[in-house]
Design a protein around this ligand. Structure first.
Ligand code: SF4
Length: 232
């Protein structure tokens, strides 16, 4: 459990602004979801993103612990993605989302709107436009994909006629959810190492931090070293 977190509504960012990214570029090649976005990353993807010279933003949100909601699937889903921290005498759940900057465009997108790291692109890029959260319904109207992306031909590659996703896509979504849970504690510990200890209430906005690349890389390394020491 971490200590010393405070809560404040610092920056309001729409959820759509941090849940982005391209994957059906192989169908349409528009690159729309690779521009003006933040790309949520796993911890290992964050290190790779930084190593390529990209910038990473950190979005932090918190919510109170409600034992009475212990059987609420949505509460449990978010709790599993959170680290426990103390704020005064309270214990809060804190979620830190590390997201590669694609502002104004992803640094991995070339002039032909092609992903230059396609084989190594982040999980969310492989999953988009499908939703990772089991509690958000896919709405094509809320996605940046052009109309042709939703043609029957393109759609068959993503969504079966009964609305289910392919086994491959389903595995990617599970991998993303699993990484969210596995990385939760370390991501918050990295925030603490960087002195990022103010958050916002979930649903009201996010605390947004823009760490310098080198500082974030060093904090990730220090956090990993600490974890290793604890295992020895
Ligand atoms: S990594 Fe590739 S697919 Fe992902 S946002 Fe960047 S250019 Fe698009």
């Amino acid at each position: 459990m971490f200590a010393g977190f405070g809560v404040a509504t610092v920056t309001s960012v729409t959820l759509a602004a941090i849940i982005a990214l391209a994957a059906i570029c192989f169908v349409v090649g528009c690159g729309s979801c690779c521009k003006g976005r933040f790309v949520p990353l796993t911890l290992s993807e964050t290190s790779a993103w930084l190593a390529r010279g990209g910038d990473v933003a950190i979005f932090v949100e918190a919510f109170a612990q409600y034992p009475s909601r212990a059987s609420d699937p949505e509460y449990l889903h978010h709790s599993a993605r959170a680290a426990q921290v103390t704020s005064g005498s309270a214990v809060l759940n804190v979620i830190a989302v590390f997201a590669g900057s694609a502002q104004p465009a992803c640094p991995n997108l070339d002039e032909q709107n092609t992903c230059t790291i396609y084989e190594d692109r982040p999980l969310v890029c492989r999953i988009y436009p499908m939703e990772i959260s089991p509690f958000i319904t896919l709405k094509p109207s809320e996605k940046d994909c052009p109309p042709e992306s939703w043609s029957d031909q393109a759609k068959d590659l993503l969504i079966a006629s009964d609305g289910s996703v392919s086994a491959e896509l389903s595995a990617l979504i599970e991998a993303s959810r699993s990484a969210d849970c596995c990385d939760a504690l370390q991501k918050v510990s990295i925030c603490e190492l960087l002195g990022f200890n103010v958050t916002a209430w979930k649903g009201n906005g996010y605390a947004l931090y823009l760490p310098e690349r080198r500082q974030l890389s060093e904090a990730i390394e220090r956090s990993a070293a600490t974890q290793l020491q604890q295992l020895i």
